[in-house]
Design a protein around this ligand. Structure first.
Ligand code: BDR
Ligand code: CA
Length: 318
């Protein structure tokens, strides 16, 4: 098994990503850390507990982290995810406690577990703060898989910037410039291929009606948002692909390159990938460009929603 920490801002698609991770026996989740992103980090921690409760996994600790970006005013994404961050689903509160100190928890885990994988599904504030406090802890970090950024795709916060890196561009820039490993960038080019449609919801309903109810509750708001702003029926679920790719790297293709994050001006938050090596700088990232979205969706449905893989082969043929 791969030991992982999931740093996130749940968040509708973060929640779906957590469900996939929790249903994946290859992963041992040491903890879930939350960051100011879609929702404030304390609300994110409460939401993580709601998802753990739903999956009967309250044994996994939740650590609340940074309450705002490193240097800027915090802008949440509650317009996209609902005031509660879970699509106004009104899931029951969980009385189980969460802890404080996400970045210390991450560093301690890095010291204790050589080869730890960190999956980030939100802004990189906790990660930057952890590295700033204890760079030595990061020497043995195995992988950092980050949902964020975009290569050729358009942005979702500006014409060029993706939310997670746009929300805290200074943290993202710090991580790309300083972490001693290649950040595996799962950007919008690949994640926007993960379209969760009403047909898929219906497919879940046929055999797992309770799971369909739960997913419908948290995605309804997201469906409406996508229709209103993009005339898309259904919703793009970005974050689960970062978990799916961690499990099965062969789902995606990409290339190693030097990436910088813009911290000023019109391009604020943009991930600028030096594909042609103009900068002659060593690769600090592995940038995903292609995904087998059908295989990734089947993985998500079989694990997070408990659908029978054979049935999926029949109903979602190649
Ligand atoms: C990312 O931004 C958030 O709104 C989603 O949860 C995802 O992590 C997509 O840009
Ligand atoms: Ca997220």
């Amino acid at each position: 098994t791969q030991k992982v920490i999931i740093d996130c801002d749940p968040g509708i698609d973060d929640s779906l990503a957590l469900m996939l991770a929790l249903a994946s026996p290859e992963l041992e989740i040491l903890g879930i850390t939350t960051v100011a992103g879609n929702v404030p980090s304390d609300l994110g921690a409460k939401n993580a507990l709601k998802i753990l409760n739903h999956c009967h996994r309250l044994d996994i600790p939740v650590y609340c982290g940074a309450s705002k970006p490193l240097k800027r005013t915090y802008v949440s994404a509650q317009d996209t995810h609902g005031a509660d961050g879970l699509g106004e689903s009104k899931l029951p509160e969980v009385s189980h406690p969460y802890h404080l100190g996400a970045s210390d928890f991450i560093n301690q885990a890095l010291y204790n577990e050589p080869d730890l994988t960190i999956i980030t599904l939100g802004p990189l504030t906790n990660i930057a703060q952890a590295h700033q406090k204890a760079p030595a802890a990061w020497k043995n970090c195995g992988r950092l898989v980050s949902m964020g950024g975009n290569f050729k795709s358009f942005g979702n916060c500006s014409p060029v910037a993706e939310y997670n890196y746009w929300c805290d561009p200074d943290a993202a820039a710090y991580c790309f410039d300083n972490l001693p490993l290649k950040i595996e960038m799962v950007g919008l080019d690949v994640t926007r291929k993960m379209l969760f449609t009403p047909n898929i919801l219906e497919l879940i309903r046929q055999t797992r009606p309770k799971e369909a109810d739960f997913i419908q509750k948290i995605t309804r708001f997201y469906f409406d948002f996508h229709w209103q702003y993009e005339k898309v029926i259904g919703c793009v679920i970005n974050d689960p692909l970062a978990v799916a790719y961690t499990l099965w790297p062969e789902l995606c293709q990409g290339f190693a390159a030097h990436t910088k994050i813009a911290t000023t001006g019109l391009a604020l938050g943009q991930s600028i990938v030096d594909e042609k090596n103009f900068w002659q700088a060593p690769a600090n990232s592995f940038v995903l460009t292609q995904v087998n979205a059908l295989a990734a969706m089947k993985l998500f449905l079989s694990r997070a929603c408990g659908l029978d893989p054979d049935m999926l082969e029949q109903t979602l043929p190649q």
